[in-house]
Design a protein around this ligand. Structure first.
Ligand SMILES: Cc1cc2nc3c(=O)[nH]c(=O)nc-3n(C[C@H](O)[C@H](O)[C@H](O)COP(=O)(O)OP(=O)(O)OC[C@H]3O[C@@H](n4cnc5c(N)ncnc54)[C@H](O)[C@@H]3O)c2cc1C
Length: 386
């Protein structure tokens, strides 16, 4: 691992990984992306392919079935997948950084041995249950409760917008719940809920604007009973622990967003060279070339932002502000580039089967999920002492 990550000087193992995932994205993911998007189907075969490549185990040690890589390796894979299919990329991102990572970071030995091998191999998925109907940006507003009764947590409440929570291979949800109260302060803890527990229901999937091949459900918990030992991490630290997971997750979402932004550049360059109007390729007009040049600049600048945040994280230095900056600028780069690419494609850009149209619909959520743009600004402001 280098202390500094630069786009032009990546060590060979990182470059090889990016190359392998790029190849997989182009040859396996891209050909079926439009079909899964149109049919709103979860891409089980693609996910099995990613599992076979070890992508779900990238940042985990080999003792838990992982690849012994690091978080930056995960980011590189997400960037490559995000270029061609954001639904596939978010399935990996949520599976690793939101699903398995809380178990790895905060689980005890027994919990790690029980869950990580199946999650890191991609045989099973875990979901991250934080958001509720009344608690999104203000996640401390959690209303789901867990009370101890005869050595078991009894959970009641609901979660909403939870990724990977209802697939055929989803086996676990880590859910935040109020486990006590001191004065007006809620004690929030995290509890492991196997999805076959009676009383747990993944309600019918949402009909979304984009990320159509990604799995998203509301969840309900009605007298769900799990052993007391299913507490993940310290009692009362659930909210704080999930915030740590979200800090890291923002770097991963930034990488995915950079992929989307770059995918829009790549598609636009190809199209601008090929499509003719007024007797010449449209890219020969400076208005189009400048638009694409600006798109490239946005993607590149956003990439350096996530490289920087990842380098700080891997060096064990504070990275909260940089992760928020990376998430902010890269999600905006993705949305801006998707809008510009759609314009460059003209009427074809408005046709759902085109990759740029998919990016146009998919990119909006990048400015909302894992902390909205406003939440990133709030966090950056806080880090500046405001
Ligand atoms: C497809 C999808 C997948 C998701 N996956 C998951 C998942 O796997 N797990 C999970 O737990 N959650 C998940 N989420 C939830 C997501 O993280 C939340 O939607 C997001 O954090 C915003 O919360 P909210 O929707 O409640 O909006 P709100 O918090 O109600 O915000 C509404 C608007 O008000 C703004 N706002 C709020 N407070 C302030 C303030 N103080 N100052 C200025 N502006 C403010 C927000 O920025 C936003 O624009 C997912 C959401 C979607 C759509």
């Amino acid at each position: 691992m280098t202390d500094y990550l630069s786009t032009g000087t990546l060590p060979e193992d990182y470059r090889d990984l990016a190359h392998t995932v790029r190849d997989f994205a182009q040859t396996v993911v891209a050909p079926v992306a439009a079909e899964h998007d149109a049919n709103h189907t979860f891409p089980y075969k693609v996910v099995a392919g990613m599992a076979e490549m070890g992508l779900f185990g990238l940042p985990f040690p080999e003792e838990y079935g992982g690849m012994g890589g690091d978080y930056f390796a995960l980011c590189l894979a997400l960037e490559e997948l995000g270029k061609v299919d954001q639904s596939v990329a978010i399935t990996l991102e949520a599976g690793v950084s939101l699903g398995a990572m809380p178990v790895y970071r905060f689980g005890n030995d027994e919990q790690k041995q029980q869950w990580l091998p199946q999650l890191t191999s991609g045989r099973a998925l875990a979901a991250f249950g934080l958001t509720e109907p009344g608690a999104g940006s203000d996640a401390g507003g959690t209303r789901t409760t867990a009370t101890l009764d005869s050595g078991e947590w009894v959970i009641n409440g609901s979660k909403q917008f939870i990724t990977n929570s209802g697939t055929d291979i989803t086996r676990l949800v880590t859910a935040t719940a109020v486990t006590g109260q001191t004065g007006s302060k809620k004690e929030i803890s995290t509890i492991l809920v196997p999805t076959d527990t009676p009383g747990f229901v993944a309600e019918p999937a949402y009909n979304k604007v984009g990320w159509n091949a990604s799995d998203t459900h509301p969840l309900s918990f009605t007298d769900v009973r799990v052993p007391e030992e299913n507490l993940l991490g310290e009692r009362g630290r659930g909210y704080a622990n999930f915030l740590r997971i979200l800090d890291e997750g923002r770097i991963a979402i930034a990488a995915l967003s950079v992929g989307a932004a770059q995918g829009c550049v790549d598609e636009s360059v190809r199209y601008a060279k090929d499509r003719e109007a007024f007797g010449r390729p449209i890219g020969r007009n400076q208005a189009i070339a400048f638009k694409i040049a600006r798109m490239e600049a946005r993607a590149h600048a956003a990439r350096t932002a996530y490289y920087d945040a990842a380098a700080l994280m891997l060096a064990g230095k504070p990275f909260k502000k940089e992760a928020s900056i990376a998430k902010l600028v890269s999600s905006e780069a993705a949305m801006d580039n998707a809008r510009d690419a759609t314009q460059i494609f003209g009427g074809y850009g408005f046709m759902n089967e085109y990759a740029v149209a998919r990016h146009y619909r998919d990119s909006k959520i990048l400015e909302i999920g894992e902390g909205t743009t406003e939440v990133q600004l709030m966090l950056i402001g806080r880090e500046l002492g405001l």
